[in-house]
Ligand binder design. Structure first.
Ligand SMILES: Cc1ncc(C[n+]2csc(CCOP(=O)(O)OP(=O)(O)O)c2C)c(N)n1
Ligand code: SF4
Length: 222
């Protein structure tokens, strides 16, 4: 039986307190629970702070172009269906530049687990407004506040024929791990969206804000 530390390749360098640490911890827990062989797991990432995850996680990895995690992950899975394939994107990567791939991947229902780290901001490029930023969100790209309504990934996934949709919180890695585990067991495309604070650029959607605004729909712990 493998241990969580068997999946820990290197110490991450995200900002202290970043929500992606919770995603990293949850992924290690889920991998241990499933006793995944690192040689049978491929993590494909997009470009953004989230994209550094496969530098730290012991598995095969592919750091794809911005918005192109899913076409690469689809290619890996179709070439070798025995591999476990997990793709990871940010909200910009998934719902802006990569939106077409998101919808068509859901429609195709290829067996991939898709982790979307929704910090509601373009973090790596220093804090621009993203498709999930709330209306009125002030940033360098919307100095007068965003005039747009935020996009809901899970709702869009439902309309696109998703067969598995979950949403977790990086501030609760144990619950998130159980959602990732279920997503990886699901035979088909599994969306696991992760509400996740960016402590450096998003001063609105903080840990406190998420805790005050999250409703627990299930006590999904295993
Ligand atoms: C084709 C292309 N367009 C734009 C960029 C610049 N860019 C890099 S990361 C990024 C957005 C990152 O935001 P998100 O996907 O939400 O990830 P986060 O950094 O928040 O994890 C952008 C616009 C790029 N690398 N490639
Ligand atoms: S900029 Fe934000 S998302 Fe990126 S590592 Fe720092 S806290 Fe995390």
């Amino acid at each position: 039986m493998r241990r969580e530390k068997d999946y820990h390749l290197d110490d991450p360098t995200w900002c202290g307190g970043c929500g992606i640490y919770g995603c990293f911890a949850a992924l290690k827990k889920a991998a241990r629970k499933l006793d995944l062989d690192p040689e049978q797991l491929v993590i494909v990432s997009g470009i953004g702070c989230h994209g550094r995850l496969n530098n730290y996680f012991r598995s095969y990895g592919f750091h794809a172009l911005h918005g192109r995690a899913l076409p690469v992950a689809s290619g890996v899975k179709l070439s070798n269906p025995r591999l476990h394939v997990l793709a990871i994107s940010g909200d910009g990567d998934a719902y802006s530049i990569g939106l077409g791939h998101f919808i068509h991947s859901l429609r195709r229902n290829i067996d991939i687990t898709y982790l979307v780290v929704d910090n509601r901001v373009y973090a790596l490029t220093q804090g621009q407004t993203s498709p999930t930023s709330q209306t009125g969100y002030v940033s360098v790209s919307t100095p007068s506040g965003s005039k747009e309504s935020p996009l809901s990934g899970p709702q869009l996934a439902l309309a696109s024929g998703a067969t598995f949709i979950a949403r977790g919180f990086s501030g609760d890695p144990a619950q998130l791990a159980s959602l990732i585990e279920k997503g990886m067991k699901h035979r088909g495309f599994a969306l696991v969206e992760v509400l996740s604070p960016c402590v450096t650029h998003n001063k609105i959607n903080t840990y406190k804000w998420f805790k005050n605004n999250i409703d627990q729909l299930t006590a999904a712990r295993t």
